[in-house]
Design a binder for this molecule. Structure first.
Ligand code: 6R9
Length: 660
């Protein structure tokens, strides 16, 4: 048995804020003791049919009740939840709240220019969605048809998503930063009938001509018959193709403010979302209706302690799964208000997140560590707004280094918010390892404990056997189906099986390495292709990165393993310095020493390369690019379409050559 290594900060235990129980002005916690979580967890694993069956009847309004909860198995890749049940997904996220609390806020729109946003009530949102659905139906969209959505973060993107599902159609949101080629690939794979876009988008005052990009893509998309164009600008400049393109503002208002919902089976696809693995073409991950909505609802309610009176602030983008689940479906399932944030953390300056929280009295805040690092680097002086409405701070997308976790907790949360490091994936639909904010003691750097229904396993990557008990390290897998798990890959069930089920027969394989410490806490080590093995010591790149980031000069770090004759693999570290720091021999020595002292001499980087990092638009570091450049294979970089700034590749190549 290997002792799972932890640093001093990681051994800290942070209790949920006591004010959750002491301050009567706060909503009563949805779960109020760790024992309650444990009992519910145990029931969810031992008797999933009862656990999820009861919950599904409680939180979903069904058009026809179901007679089976779970059928099929993970192993056979044929599992289904509530299969003979029927429901109207749009009714569940919209109509029922518009009926019960019509004047409650559904959407808090924070426009790119501060103070140009507005609040939209459930009553208004229902009318907007019905009118848009009417327009889509008039363009021939019906049950099962696919609709591509390529839009900025404006309320109309939520309207477009909900209008699509109201008709029983299936949306595929394509992040509005993808190129025309990437958009066309996705539209073609999904076979979309209609593309919904806007003339332009604004981010940090920059104007991006979205419609022009769509115009480059659509001629290569034979399935597309119409393009619906929302006018985002004051004076539209987009040119319209006769017979194909229609202004939203010309057609949508012509339709009735109420149309009925299309009822679908529980296993009807709700949406497709394309995600890329480390290689190969993007996969259209398929989420189905009832199980996905249930997972979104349950994780919002318990992980974030979301209440219908809350105002959820997720600054992500609906182009990614985080936006689907924690901007749109989860908060709206609960009848809460949800933020649609069009801007950036740095516009007009680094106070933007916190002025947004103050303006709308947001109760939860959910972003990726990359944003937290950016703001930490910018400095504490920007965190000066009244953020006392916040109760829960969430982190998602990559491991959060303990020092960033502590900054989030101390500086943003003023030590009186719970910090939830939430681990999940496009494929899992909702959180699978995350604290219950109101009860779970957290450890900085650990995503803590499995969510309800997640039967986790740490698997030995060599033998494929489960490593039982605590103090084990291997790859992270799940043993039983859970409601919001992706059911298949669009037109590629074989790919689904090959990617997720074949690598470790009997398990859903996440692709991530993880350790379970002596308290049963889960530490995500990063994708397993990011594991380095130095002289027999198995290390995750993120562990070394976290060590480097504790040094005052380091803004970001990315570590890759390169083949080494002596040690098997050696560590190469790419480092982006904070402003005001310069590369010199002294600093290099200090950085090496930081890793040596925090992890051990075997982990010290053999080479330090000072350059910018290749990040995807969602903030993940593409280590594959770093590995290829180090191997001198810069002509074989593969797909770089998801890079936020493809130009960094040249900087990296130069930096590597300089370091040789
Ligand atoms: C939600 C999302 C999934 C991959 C996943 C893992 C990484 C996500 C994490 C995390 C450590 C966390 N990841 N959350 N790693 N701690 N809290 O990001 O989905 O874009 O599909 O990415 O992101 O490597 O496998 P997706």
């Amino acid at each position: 048995m290997t002792k799972v290594t932890t640093t001093a900060v990681e051994q800290m235990i942070i209790q949920p804020p006591s004010r959750f129980y002491e301050d009567s002005s706060l909503p009563k916690p949805n779960i109020s003791s760790l024992d309650e979580y444990k009992a519910m967890y145990e029931q969810s694993i031992k008797n999933p049919n009862k656990f999820w069956g009861d919950m599904a009847r409680e939180v979903i309004d069904w058009d026809r009740d179901f007679s089976t909860v779970l059928q099929g198995s993970l192993q056979a890749a044929d599992f289904a939840w509530f299969a003979d049940g029927m429901l109207s997904p749009c009714y569940n996220v919209l109509d029922r709240h518009a009926i019960a609390r019509p004047d409650a806020t559904a959407i808090i729109y924070e426009a790119d220019e501060p103070n140009q946003g507005r609040h939209i009530t459930y009553r208004q949102l229902l009318a907007d969605v019905c009118q848009c659905a009417g327009a889509l139906a008039s363009l021939g969209v019906g049950k099962g048809d696919r609709v591509a959505i390529y839009m900025p973060m404006i309320p109309a993107v939520v309207v477009a998503m909900l209008a699509t599902i109201r008709l029983g159609a299936v949306h595929t949101v394509v992040f509005a930063g993808f190129s025309a080629e990437s958009l066309a690939d996705r539209v073609n794979d999904a076979g979309c009938k209609v593309v919904i876009t806007s003339d332009v988008s604004y981010r940090g005052s920059k104007v991006i001509p979205l419609k022009n990009i769509v115009d480059k893509a659509v001629p290569n998309c034979p399935s597309v018959t119409n393009v619906l164009v929302f006018q985002r600008s004051a004076a539209p400049t987009a040119s319209m193709v006769d017979g194909r393109d229609i202004w939203w503002q010309d057609i949508v208002p012509k339709f009735p403010r109420y149309i009925p919902n299309v009822s679908v089976s529980a296993e009807h696809p709700l949406f497709l979302l394309y995600t890329s693995g480390s290689t190969g073409k993007p996969k259209g991950v398929v989420h189905t209706t009832a199980g996905y909505l249930l997972g979104a609802h349950a994780t919002c309610k318990y992980v974030f302690d979301l209440h219908p009176t809350d105002r959820m602030g997720c600054a992500g983008d609906v182009g990614w799964i985080t936006g689907h689940t924690y901007i749109v479906y989860g908060p709206l399932m609960m009848g809460a208000a949800t933020l649609v944030f069009e801007s950036t953390p740095a516009y007009p300056d680094f106070t933007r997140y916190w002025s947004t929280v103050e303006r709308h009295k947001l109760t939860q805040w959910y972003v990726a560590p990359t944003a937290i690092r950016l703001l930490q680097r910018a400095g504490e002086s920007f965190v000066k707004h009244d953020t006392s409405s916040l109760r829960v701070l969430g982190s998602v997308g990559e491991p959060i280094a303990p020092e960033n976790f502590m900054w989030y907790h101390d500086v943003v949360g003023k030590k009186s918010c719970a910090v939830a490091d939430t681990y999940w994936q496009t494929e899992t639909g909702s959180h699978i390892v995350a604290p219950i904010s109101t009860v779970t003691p957290t450890k900085p750097g650990s995503a803590t404990l499995p969510f309800f229904g997640i039967d986790l396993a740490i698997v030995d990557p060599l033998t494929g056997k489960e490593l039982e008990g605590n103090d084990v390290e291997g790859v992270l897998a799940v043993k039983q189906p859970w409601p919001s798990a992706a059911r298949t890959v669009w037109r590629g069930h074989d790919r689904y099986i090959d990617t997720y089920l074949k690598p470790y027969p009997g398990f859903y394989f996440t692709g991530d390495g993880a350790a379970r410490d002596s308290d049963g806490y889960i530490w995500i080590r990063g994708r397993v292709d990011d594991v380095v093995n130095i002289s027999g010591h198995r290390l995750s790149t993120s562990e070394i990165e976290a060590a480097l980031m504790t040094h005052a000069a380091v803004a970001e770090a990315a570590v890759v393993g390169v083949p080494d004759e002596l040690t098997g693999q050696a560590v190469n570290a790419f480092i982006l310095l904070k402003d005001g720091f310069e590369v010199n021999a002294e600093l290099e020595k200090e950085l090496i020493l930081t890793v040596r002292t925090q992890i051990g001499p075997f982990a010290s980087p053999k080479k330090l390369i000072f350059s910018d990092l290749p990040k995807t638009r969602s903030g993940k570091i593409m280590r594959r690019i770093l590995r290829k450049v180090l191997a001198g294979e810069e002509d074989q970089l593969g797909d770089v379409s998801t890079l936020a700034d493809p130009k960094v590749v040249h900087d990296i190549i130069h930096a590597v050559h300089r370091a040789h």
